[in-house]
Ligand binder design. Sequence first.
Ligand code: PGA
Length: 256
Amino acid sequence: MTRRPMVVGNWKMNKTNSEATKLIQQLSFSYENVYAAVDVVICPPYTALRSAQVVLRFDSKSNILIGAQDVFWESSGAYTGAISADMLKDLDCAYCIIGHSERREYFHETDEDVARKASALLGNKIAPIICCGESLAARENNETLPLVTAQIRAALAHISASEAESVVLAYEPIWAIGTGRTPTPEQADEVCAALRDTFRELYGPAAADALRVLYGGSMNPGNVDAFKEMPNIDGGLVGGASLVAEDFLTLAKAFS
Ligand code: PGA
């Protein structure tokens, strides 16, 4: 089974709308359609999603896709500050990151919240990129595999086999995010393989073979080649290196 590789830029809380527009233009105009063999997704802050839509849909011929960084599970109503899946759909979001460790840490998101968000997204035909990852203490105690597979099982609690076809998983060790430290490619691959095994148990062998699993955590142009060689790593979820057009496109090129 050959899986289409994928590189996702998680911009986090960076770039004003004007700055974001400039970066999206750089990404789309300088490198039109050279990435036929890889899904390139950018996830700017909510405030720049409309600009992303305008640039990518109307002004450029690039095949860059749009994602959001989070979503709320309700579809509308009195939820001050929240954004729903159909609002994202209206802005051409094809993907949405959920369960990022920064959401879990600073916004106290639980596995149950992540499961609700996954359902809300799939109900609106947006593919969730479901994140999991362990702390350094958990890794040192050999708890990584049980911990991340439990996170993913919980997130998939309400997801049917047909919905699971569009799910993407991302393994992001918390201690590697923004630190410049990474696991070895073999260590990352071991976890990605365990996530694929979990998917196999839940949805069968064909679903597991088709599942895309990304690695995230200090991925950059200097280390991408080692990760991309790994059999269970289908791409990257990239933070810091996605904020510089040239670096991000180098990563996309590496996987394409
Ligand atoms: P990083 O972030 O590439 O800056 O380590 C990755 C992420 O948190 O998605």
